[in-house]
Write a protein that binds this ligand. Structure first.
Ligand code: LLP
Length: 413
């Protein structure tokens, strides 16, 4: 049975009725299933068990401390993209030795913080960044473990805002620069090459894009060895897809594993994965209350709800599809737009969708929001960031309190 399911016409998260959570903690409310996170992680580990590897959860998908800790407790590492995410991962109890520091533009203070935290490796995305890491490590009397993030120039088929392995994007070191990079590595005294890294994008359904990019990465691996630089890690990034169908979570990873493992296993080098969405997407829903229903002269229907793009920006930013379910099942449906209270036409969760014919005052659940949901929330329009709860069986913990008006202005003069 899936983490979210109907029982006698009421939508549940594990053993708890969503309606009860809304009454207790108000709306909009993020509800996360702890078992769902654990199950997806175990599935991921099982799929790649034939390969010596280390999984570093991509914290950007959901940086809540309790989420990080859930995965950290299972032995998972973290991929962090800023000092703030590093701070979170450390606070959640993940040791520096299990953290990878990434990011296309790292500030000197971030590089220092990562070095002093003893991270497993820092990714270098340019010649200049490699020099900067070396200089900062020298100042501290340290040697920085670095991985080169390569731009494999593979255009994965996904939303253009989330493809990252293409030469027209800002990410990684271009192949043409590699001779210069390796000669620089020979000169720098305070960096030690430990890995080669890539990430081709997010929500990648076709394993062939991994095949193409890993082929490039292996060429570079051979080139690196020919220059006298062996590495301990090959990091192939994240991007494994989630189904966005909460009742059928996640396609099996076998079709990825079947292609990827035979390519990487012969290297004898440990492989690093950085999944985010796969582990988290179907772990959470956003509960929102129907404030008003209205219909215009063209017959178009709207559900105006109390959550909006400030809580979940994905539909506005990527035209992403999220299922919207009525928390009390209604067999009759109406075709409607589900819209929020923000002053933007892009403030919608669904457009022209068949929605259960729920009356005003009832609840809707926006599904598959565990990845890139709460983390991308904002205070636009003076909105308070929502509360988040985590469900484990019939136990419920508040993992983030709702923001207060005082917090909204606390840093202002
Ligand atoms: N590693 C690196 C270097 C990344 O940049 C990312 C995601 C990941 C791993 C994890 O990718 P995943 O396994 O989650 O696909 N906000 C967008 C997604 C942005 C992804 C950014 N990078 C969305 O809501 O679709």
């Amino acid at each position: 049975r899936t983490a979210f399911h109907y029982d006698n016409g009421a939508l549940f998260c594990e053993g708890v009725a969503l309606k009860d959570l809304a009454s207790r903690w108000g709306t909009p409310l993020y509800v996360t299933s702890k078992h769902s996170i654990e199950d997806r992680y175990r599935e991921f580990e099982a799929a790649f068990s034939g390969l010596e590897h280390f999984t570093c959860y991509s914290v950007k998908a959901n940086f809540n401390l309790s989420v990080i800790k859930t995965l950290g407790d299972l032995g998972c590492g973290c991929d962090v993209n800023s000092a703030g995410e590093l701070f979170r991962a450390l606070k959640a109890g993940v040791p520096g030795s299990r953290i990878i520091f990434a990011g296309v533009g790292k500030r000197p203070d971030e590089i220092s913080y990562a070095l002093l935290s003893g991270v497993l490796m820092l990714k270098a995305e340019s010649l200049s960044e490699l020099r900067a890491i070396d200089a900062i490590a020298a100042e501290r009397g340290l040697t920085a473990p670095v991985a080169l993030r390569i731009n494999p120039n593979v255009t994965a088929e996904t939303h253009p805002y989330i493809t990252t392995g293409d030469s027209k994007e800002k990410f990684g070191i271009d192949e043409a620069e590699l001779p210069e990079v390796f000669s620089l590595l020979g000169e720098l005294q305070h960096v030690r090459l430990v890995g080669l890294d890539m990430h081709i994008g997010s929500q990648i359904f076709d394993p062939e894009f991994y095949v193409a990019a890993i082929t490039k990465l292996l060429d570079i691996f051979n080139y690196s060895r020919s220059k006298g630089f062996g590495v301990e890690f090959l990091d192939i990034g994240g991007g494994f897809p989630a189904t966005y169908d909460p009742m059928k979570p996640e396609t099996p990873l076998d079709r990825f594993a079947d292609k990827i493992i035979p390519m990487l296993k012969p290297t004898g080098v440990k492989v690093i994965f950085e999944p985010g969405r796969f582990l988290l997407a179907n772990a959470s829903v956003l509960l929102t209350r129907i404030l008003y229903r209205k219909r215009n002269h063209t017959g178009k229907e709207f559900f105006v709800v109390d959550g909006g793009m400030t809580e979940l920006i994905r539909p506005a930013l990527y035209q992403s599809h999220h299922e919207v379910l009525s928390v009390t099942r209604h067999d009759e449906t109406v075709v409607a737009d589900v819209v929020g209270p923000i002053c933007e036409s892009s403030d919608f969760f669904a457009r022209q969708r068949a929605i259960g014919d729920a009356p005003e005052g009832e609840l809707l659940a926006v599904m598959t929001v565990g990845a890139y949901g709460a983390v991308m929330s904002s205070n636009y329009n003076g909105r308070l960031r929502p509360a988040e709860v985590m469900v484990e069986g019939s136990d419920v913990q508040v993992i983030r309190r709702r923001e207060s008006f005082e917090q909204l202005i606390q840093n202002e003069v």
